[in-house]
Design a protein around this ligand. Structure first.
Ligand SMILES: Nc1ncnc2c1ncn2[C@@H]1O[C@H](COP(=O)(O)OP(=O)(O)O)[C@@H](O)[C@H]1O
Ligand SMILES: [Mg+2]
Length: 267
């Protein structure tokens, strides 16, 4: 069974139809890269998957559980949406760290809130009945994640004291902290100076080796070719071509993919 199934997602803003029926599925441990021109709907698709936008049509299923079905007339409660979001982690182009919190706090904050809420409601969180005990466990996990992204020495620094590449690595650790099934990246290196993209791409490669399931919107073609199991080319809100990287990037079949890549190679 696929880990993620996305069926016929349609999303309009007013009269503008941005996603015109997106369908794909993802196996556990699979890496999908999404490429395509600016305005083709890539960010909107990631935002739909993270429940930051509500599609007008379609269905999203994770691990056999239907998280969203536009055909179901009941609107999802805030609590249900928050639960749904836990399946996905999102890393933005602009890092979006909380400037007033340290690196460690950026990573632990969301889970601490979750633990507090859980203990209040059910009496325990991950086997901890005491909030301070839960916080200690969450802290320990953050230390492991900081090690994973190579930033143990920046634990108590503030975002403004870090380079863009380091901030993006903190954002990755923060997304991992909630143990999402699927990690989504929206152009994770587009806001970085070229000399800083390497360190972020290296972390993403390591995550692939560790078997993480990921969806990566990127303009880094070499990287996409290298790290992906599947590449999706989006054009005007539809999937114009999808397949292994050797096909979609190496030997595209669709004329629109060919044109996009040739424009890309000219730069
Ligand atoms: N909140 C919104 N309201 C109106 N139009 C939007 C909104 N978000 C995105 N769009 C439009 O949707 C189209 C696709 O945008 P986007 O998903 O950001 O594309 P991409 O990430 O591929 O560049 C664009 O034409 C954009 O102007
Ligand atoms: Mg975008």
């Amino acid at each position: 069974m696929a880990l993620l199934t996305v069926e016929n997602i349609k999303k309009s803003f007013g009269k503008t139809e941005v996603l015109k029926g997106i369908t794909f599925s993802l196996e556990k441990g699979e890496v999908l890269s999404i490429i395509g021109s600016s305005g083709s709907g890539k960010t909107t698709l990631l935002r739909c998957l993270n429940f930051l936008e509500t599609p007008q049509m379609g269905c999203i299923t994770v691990n056999g559980e239907t998280l969203f079905d536009a055909a179901d007339s009941r609107t999802l409660s805030e609590a249900a949406i928050r639960l749904n979001r836990l399946h996905f982690g999102l890393v933005f182009q602009q890092f979006n760290l909380f400037p007033q919190y340290t690196v460690k706090q950026n990573i632990t904050l969301a889970e601490e809130l979750l633990a507090k809420e859980h203990i209040k409601k059910t009496g325990s969180y991950c086997g901890h009945t005491d909030y301070h005990e839960a916080v200690a466990a969450i802290d320990k996990k953050a230390d492991g994640l900081l090690e994973e992204v190579g930033l143990s020495d920046k634990r108590d620094n503030y975002p403004c004291q870090l380079s863009g590449g380091q901030q993006q690595r903190v954002a990755i650790a923060r997304a991992l902290a909630m143990e999402p099934d699927i990690l989504c990246f929206d152009e994770p290196t587009s806001a970085l100076d070229p000399e800083l993209t390497g360190e972020v791409l290296r972390v993403i490669r390591e995550l692939k080796k560790a078997g993480r399931t990921m969806i990566i919107v990127t303009h880094e073609m070499e990287f996409a070719r290298d790290v992906s199991d599947t590449v999706m080319f989006m054009d005007g809100g539809v999937v114009a071509e999808m397949g292994p990287p050797e096909q979609v990037i190496g030997n595209p079949q669709n004329s629109r993919t060919k044109e996009f890549l040739s424009r890309f190679n000219e730069r």
